[in-house]
Design a protein around this ligand. Sequence first.
Ligand code: BJW
Length: 237
Amino acid sequence: MTGKTRSIVILTGAGISAESGLGTFRDKDGLWTKYDLSEVATPEGFSRNPVLVHDFYNARRKNLIEALPNAAHAALARLEQSWEGDFLLVTQNVDDLHERAGSKRVLHMHGELRKARCGMCEHVCAWDGDMGIATACPSCGIRQAMRPHVVWFGEMPLYMDEIYAALDSCDLFLSIGTSGQVYPAAGFVAELRRAGRAHTVELNLERSDGHTLFAEGRYGPATQVVPDYVEELLRRL
Ligand code: BJW
């Protein structure tokens, strides 16, 4: 696959961070089995009960700050460093474990948990502490408008122009640790398949519902299958 591979796009999901102790969403102990997503991950839920939503993200932010990147994050950083062609890591994850493992070309299409955004002036800033309904925006000073800088259902994911441009020209697409249930990310593999120029590989704990759309699959824990696959790719460079 590397003989003519010039451009790699990698899509990651919650499964790559599972072994770092961050919960996934749709697995049997996933976040959506404990919380109603319409209450904590929609703009309407935030309007109805901002305290609940802030508590949900404050707890996850604390957990994230204590978590560490794992061997799968490290392997992708190694791949980026060794790869001379185009490279883009698109993550649906709001954690920063890719960056902490050394990845540089990362786009967070669903936002970043360690950032806050003001719903009034749209100011975005780093945020590691708790946030609440009385938190004032550090830029415009308005209270009650600060929210986690994440993308909820019904909101537009970020960086879509850059992502589609990279997908348009990629020859290798890896989908890692995602169930492929949430659009638009879930549609990337079908779009690539229609275009017919990229080799597509799913690396996941188990076959996702859409696994037949991929040309190839590697199954098992991310900390095993991702380093193994990256080593294989680098050996062929
Ligand atoms: C392991 C592992 C290990 C475990 N090793 N693997 C009807 C049809 C089509 C679309 C829609 C529809 N109705 C509504 C929509 C749109 C909606 C949508 O897709 N809904 C679906 C539920 C149907 N999408 C949106 O609203 C998006 N916006 C949008 O579409 O705007 C319009 C638009 C149109 C066209 C172009 C562009 C835009 C916004 C979606 C926002 C999603 N937000 C969340 C929350 C973010 C903040 C937060 O973290 O709280 O993002 S929801 C949640 O799901 C989070 C994730 O990023 C996302 C994906 O989850 P992921 O990563 O796949 O996790 P899981 O848990 O599902 O899967 C984990 C996988 O890992 C599993 O397969 C495990 O097996 C595996 N695994 N352990 C390897 N150790």
